[in-house]
Design a protein. Sequence first.
Length: 123
Amino acid sequence: MLLVAACKKEYHSPGYGHKSSLRKVRFELYTKEDFSGDKHNITFSLHMHNHERKILDSALATMKVEEIPDSLHKIVIEKFVPGNDTATLVVGFDYYLENIGYSWYLEEFPAKDTFKLLQYSFR
């Protein structure tokens, strides 16, 4: 009988694994408008970039505009900042409205902050 074992060392930046020091964004998407009957497809993406590049681009499922929830039923997604990037970031939503075009809603996430609440009421 032969038993072989191996391990791999992982090296992380200081603070890795300490929940209190990890940076996180809470994305909230909803509308206060009545889009009943609006059958256009819309695709939202979560957006996060630093001064050099985009560090998060995550598409949500395509929906009809009329399906965007009200504030009592909002879409809530929490994401840790990839690599716990400590730079000032820009976070928000990009979206594509079928046959109309692209747009976005972005806010700054200051370098000193560890939590960002991004609330977007689509209009």
